[in-house]
Design a binder for this molecule. Structure first.
Ligand code: ADP
Ligand code: X2W
Length: 298
């Protein structure tokens, strides 16, 4: 009996230690490297999962990586617009943003969602600093240019100094996707786009988008149709052929843009899987869709 118990304990311990041991080469490889994580509104709804994402980000920081968290909050914006009697409208996955909607977007993303995430990271033992594009001129915005979409912006500059200063001193920057143009006008920028531009400007090791699907699907209604790996050219074709639609369009676009500017790998992964971030970064199990630059295809 004691032998069996001992054997059981030995095996259980071996399994746990194997996971830690498997992580070592990844921890060594990525120490000091920047990982930009986009935490999407769709994957933020479950509070238990949210705690796990927060702990994972703190884990990344504790083992020497430099995580930068860019958050969304689309569903929370929708819920506040609804309470205020303002109709939510989208064009090609982007929120049509008139002046009253812009006020709500800023209040919800910068005032509420950002500060909630900062507080959760700090509670979990990390040191988070919340920023929006306006802080330290982190992001310079200009109109995105689509007809009839209002104050939707795109990124025309990133001040990487502020992020590097924070990250190199052990702080975890938490970024919301509101920024201003040179006149001070606020713009609502898709959070995937902001994550992609920050990753590109920093030359990040990885861009990881956490969302509520398994990754890019051939048929978005069929979870078994996951596409595990695509290069830039294939990703562009997925958009051109409408395989990718709605909120997945800015995701694929920002991955393609960041890869073209030197980010080594971009991943669209399922934020509903507990500890999806740790699985993706520190284990041999690749999850979701990995997008790679053409120079890395063999
Ligand atoms: N080919 C596709 N594969 C996976 N999801 C897709 C695809 N085309 C469209 N989508 C939609 O994109 C959504 C993810 O975008 P979005 O809701 O904006 O996420 P987030 O809030 O995480 O940014 C999925 O829930 C899905 O409905
Ligand atoms: C222009 C635009 O669409 N901005 C987004 C910004 C938030 C976001 O991107 O949130 P998710 O990541 O949760 O979708 C919006 O207003 O919903």
């Amino acid at each position: 009996m004691i032998v069996n118990d001992t054997e059981y304990i030995r095996q259980a311990a071996a399994t746990r230690v194997q996971v830690l041991s498997e992580a070592l080469p990844y921890i060594q490889q990525f120490a000091g490297r920047t990982v930009v994580v986009k935490y999407g509104g769709a994957a933020m709804k479950d509070s238990t999962l949210k705690d796990k994402v927060i702990r994972d980000v703190v884990f990344l920081s504790c083992v020497g990586l430099r995580p930068i968290l860019v958050h969304g909050g689309g569903p929370e914006i929708n819920s506040w617009l609804d309470k205020l009697g303002i109709e939510a409208q989208f064009k090609n996955g982007l929120r049509v943003t008139d002046a009253p909607t812009m006020d709500v977007v800023e209040m919800v993303l910068v005032g509420r969602v950002n500060k909630e995430i900062v507080a959760l990271i700090n509670q979990a033992g990390g040191l988070a600093v919340g920023l929006c594009g306006k802080d330290g001129n982190l992001i310079k915005a200009r109109p995105q240019g689509q007809e009839g979409i209002g104050f939707v912006g795109e990124v025309c500059g990133v001040n990487i100094k502020i992020l590097e200063t924070l990250a190199s001193n052990g702080y975890i920057p938490v970024v919301s996707s509101v920024a201003a143009d040179e006149t001070g006008q606020a713009y609502n920028i898709n959070a995937d786009t902001v994550a992609g531009e920050i990753a590109a400007a920093l030359g990040a090791e990885k861009l990881i988008l956490l969302t509520d699907t398994r990754g890019i699907l051939k048929d978005y209604k069929d979870p078994s149709s996951l596409i595990p790996k695509v290069d830039i050219q294939e990703a562009r074709e997925l958009i051109a052929t409408n395989v990718v639609s709605g909120g997945m369009i800015p995701k694929v676009n920002c991955c393609v843009r960041s890869l073209a500017q030197g980010v080594r790998a971009a991943h669209i992964i399922d934020g509903r899987i507990p500890h999806a971030l740790l699985l993706e970064i520190f284990t041999d199990i690749g999850i979701g869709t990995m997008l790679i630059g053409s120079q890395f295809t063999s």
